[in-house]
Design a protein around this ligand. Structure first.
Ligand SMILES: C[S@@+](CC[C@H](N)C(=O)[O-])C[C@H]1O[C@@H](n2cnc3c(N)ncnc32)[C@H](O)[C@@H]1O
Length: 325
């Protein structure tokens, strides 16, 4: 724990850095530094807990290759290094492959954050500007020991924003659909690690991974740290073996991706119907029932998941809403 505390103290100078760099590079960098600083300690604690769940084979490895999907400026990079140093004492070299289509974010990482080094192991960093979906489909060899997601934008609101035509969120929708293809690039012994902003984000990732073929029973989740409010930076995470027991799923990942696409589509219809019910209620029922109706609409967002379970939940919530009259 001492190690983590000294790490935190080393970041006490972050506000000064923010000011210095914001003069030089503008608000994007300022945001990145502020975020980097904010996520520092929870990310180290969370990641150390998650990496401690890795099997002995990976924790005792001398080499690791780690794929970071949707890396952005990779603000938890330093925390990942600290967790690896703590949990993998025999490690001699690490290769990071960052998949991130927004180049300006990776420039921030390269210029400022990638300078952190480990005294324990050598680090090699590669950056790939393809979208995750393209990368995962084109790189068909099993090459990574760990696939790491850091605040993956797989939450539900971006799906709706993408569906109403918001261009910026189209890649987030694509990211959800690319998850089944993770099996293309991960070794049979590989694991998936994710640090998430909230329990909602983690649950979404968990349900997408489960739908993609990962056995639910093997998923671990680390609950958010008590002293951070819900939705704080990197308060939840998961760590699970990447290879499902049923290897035939590897062949039909496109079918799985289509399943995710369809269920996201169905969510939009469910929300639309729920909203129409609410409008109708506005003319026929009192404020109490209207409030419960809004609750059912929000539940559609919160409980959204792919597959049959998701369809049953959506229909069930709509029926409950209708039953209010
Ligand atoms: C919420 S941000 C997180 C960035 C960074 N990991 C962090 O925590 O600050 C999600 C990142 O995923 C990237 N992203 C979204 N959809 C993607 C996709 N389909 N393929 C690859 N990256 C994607 C975005 O460009 C963005 O940088």
């Amino acid at each position: 724990m001492k190690h983590f505390q000294s790490d935190f103290q080393a970041w006490g100078h972050a506000p000064r850095l923010i000011k210095a760099f914001s003069d030089e590079q503008g608000p994007v960098l300022e945001r990145a530094f502020r975020y980097h600083h904010k996520t520092k300690v929870p990310a180290i604690v969370l990641l150390a807990k998650l990496f401690s769940k890795l099997p002995e084979g990976l924790r005792g490895a001398s080499q690791l290759s780690i794929l970071v999907i949707g890396a952005g400026s990779f603000p938890s990079y330093r925390a990942v290094l600290a967790a690896l140093m703590h949990e993998c004492p025999k490690l001699k070299s690490v290769e990071f492959v960052l998949v991130e289509p927004v180049e300006v974010l990776t420039q921030i990482f390269l210029k400022h954050f990638s300078k952190f080094k480990s005294s324990q192991f050598s680090i090699n960093i590669k950056i790939d500007y393809r979208e995750a979906q393209v990368f995962l489909q084109q790189e068909k060899q099993a090459q990574f020991d760990i696939v790491y997601f850091e605040h993956p934008e797989v939450m539900v609101l971006p799906i709706l924003l993408a569906k109403i035509g918001w261009q910026r969120y189209q890649i987030c929708r694509a990211l959800r659909e690319s998850l089944p293809a993770v099996l293309n690039v991960i070794k049979p012994t590989g694991w998936i690690v994710a640090s998430c902003m909230s329990k909602h984000e983690m649950k979404q990732l968990q349900s997408l991974l489960y739908f993609s073929g990962h056995p639910r029973a093997s998923l671990f989740s680390v609950s958010r740290l008590r002293h951070f409010l819900y939705g704080g930076p990197f308060t939840s995470g998961l760590c699970c073996p990447a290879r499902p027991l049923d290897l035939s799923l590897e062949q039909n990942y496109q079918e799985r991706a289509l399943g995710i696409k369809k269920s996201d589509h169905h969510l939009c219809y469910a929300i639309m119907l729920s909203f129409i019910f609410y409008i109708i209620f506005c003319f026929h029922v009192g404020p109490g029932v209207r409030a419960i109706s809004v609750f059912f609409m929000l539940a559609q967002l919160y409980l959204h998941c792919p597959g049959k379970k998701g369809t049953i939940i959506k229909i069930g919530l709509l029926l409950c809403q209708v039953a209010l009259v």
